[in-house]
Design a binder for this molecule. Structure first.
Ligand code: AHR
Length: 328
C-alpha cells in the first residue's frame, strides 16, 4: 500500500514538473477589434497564470506572417500551438507540417476549411452562422415590436474580413433568416474588414449612395461603432433613424446601447483562455478531447431585454443589468 502511495505521489510530481515546463505558442491574427484585443489578453493571462512559457506572434492581418510564425513554432519545438487563421483557406501545407511535427494543435476562434483533414487536439470557436441568424432574428422581432413589420425597410450590411469564416458564417446566418422577412430588404453589403475605421468609411459611402437606410447589420461591433460616427455626420440619429445591430458584445457596444445609439449586440465571447488551459491540462493527463468544435454559451443584449433572438426562443438580456459584469 505504502509503495503504491509513493508511486502515485511520484507520478503526480512528474506530471506537475512536466506541466510547469510547458511552452505554449499562439499565432494571433492581429488587433483589428476590441474583441481581438480582449482575446489576446485573455489567452496570455490564462497561460502565464499557469507558469507556462508563452510565445506570441501578432501576424498583423497577414496570412504569410501566420505561416512564418507556425514554422518558427515548429523549429522551436514548442509543446502546444494555438491557431486562429485570418482567412479559412490556404493552410493545407503549413498545417500538414504542424501535424508532421507532432506538436498538438489547438484551434481557437476561426477554423481552417481543411479542419476535417487535419489532426487537432481540441477546437474552440464561435458558432458564426448561428450568430448571424441571431442578428437577423433579433432585428425582425424588434421591427415587429415597433409595429413596422409591414413596412418595407432597407437593410445594409457591414461584412467582416472577406474569406474569414466569422464573416461568411454570419452572412450565411443573416441571409437564411432574412429570407423569411421580405420586408427587410438588403440594398447593400460590403466588407468593413472588422475595423472601426473601415466601418466608418463604408457606412459613409452607403449613406451617400442610398437615400433611405433603415437597418444596419454589422458583423462586429467595432464596425457598428465606426458607422455610428458616419450616421451622426450625415445628420441622422443612430439607433432611431437607423436600427443598428452588431456582434461581439464588448463594453463599448454596451455603452452605445445605453446611450441609445445602438440597438443590440449578439455575444461572441473572446474569452478562450480558461478553455485552452483546461484543454491542455486534460491533454497532459492523457485525455482525448475528440474532434468536436466546442462553442461557449453566448447571449444577446439590448436596451430593454425580452426580445426573442434565437430559433430556440431565447430572450435578449437588458444591457444595463449586465454591463457591470463585462470584462472586455
Ligand atoms: O473571429 C471573431 C471576430 O473577429 C470578431 O467578431 C471580430 O470582432 C474579430 O476581430
Amino acid at each position: 500500500m505504502k509503495k503504491i502511495l509513493i508511486l502515485a505521489v511520484a507520478m503526480v510530481m512528474l506530471l506537475s514538473v512536466s506541466a510547469s515546463a510547458l511552452t505554449v505558442a499562439f499565432t494571433q491574427i492581429g488587433q483589428e477589434s476590441d474583441w481581438r484585443t480582449a482575446n489576446t489578453d485573455n489567452i496570455k493571462a490564462a497561460i502565464e497564470a499557469e507558469g507556462w512559457d508563452y510565445v506570441y506572434d501578432d501576424a498583423q492581418q497577414k496570412q504569410e506572417n501566420q505561416v512564418k510564425a507556425l514554422r518558427n513554432f515548429i523549429s522551436q519545438n514548442v509543446d502546444y500551438i494555438l491557431f486562429t487563421g485570418v482567412v479559412s483557406t490556404g493552410w493545407d501545407e503549413v498545417l500538414k507540417e504542424v501535424n508532421e511535427s507532432e506538436i498538438p494543435l489547438i484551434l481557437v476562434d476561426r477554423m481552417p476549411d481543411n479542419m476535417a483533414d487535419i489532426q487537432y487536439a481540441a477546437a474552440f470557436g464561435g458558432d458564426f452562422v448561428e450568430e448571424g441568424r441571431r442578428m437577423a432574428l433579433w432585428t425582425a422581432n424588434y421591427v415587429k415590436k415597433l409595429g413596422r413589420e409591414n413596412e418595407e425597410l432597407n437593410v445594409v450590411i457591414l461584412e467582416g474580413t472577406t474569406g474569414a469564416d466569422a464573416a461568411s458564417g454570419r452572412q450565411e446566418g443573416i441571409t437564411e433568416i432574412l429570407a423569411d422577412y421580405p420586408n427587410l430588404k438588403v440594398i447593400a453589403s460590403q466588407t468593413g474588414n472588422f475595423t472601426r475605421a473601415e466601418g466608418q468609411t463604408v457606412m459613409e459611402s452607403f449613406l451617400k449612395a442610398h437615400d433611405k437606410i433603415d437597418v444596419l447589420l454589422a458583423h462586429n461591433d467595432d464596425m457598428a461603432l465606426g458607422a455610428i460616427e458616419s450616421i451622426k455626420a450625415a445628420g441622422l440619429v443612430p439607433g432611431k433613424d437607423i436600427i443598428i445591430v452588431g456582434c461581439d458584445a464588448p463594453k463599448t457596444a454596451f455603452d452605445a446601447i445605453l446611450a441609445g445609439e445602438m440597438n443590440a449586440t449578439i455575444e461572441c465571447t473572446p474569452l478562450y483562455g480558461p478553455f485552452v488551459v483546461d484543454a491542455i491540462k486534460r491533454l497532459e493527463a492523457g485525455e482525448d478531447l475528440g474532434r468536436n468544435l466546442m462553442h461557449p454559451e453566448e447571449s444577446c443584449f439590448d436596451a430593454e431585454g425580452g426580445i426573442v433572438y434565437s430559433l430556440d426562443g431565447r430572450l435578449s438580456e437588458k444591457a444595463a443589468d449586465k454591463i457591470g459584469e463585462r470584462v472586455y
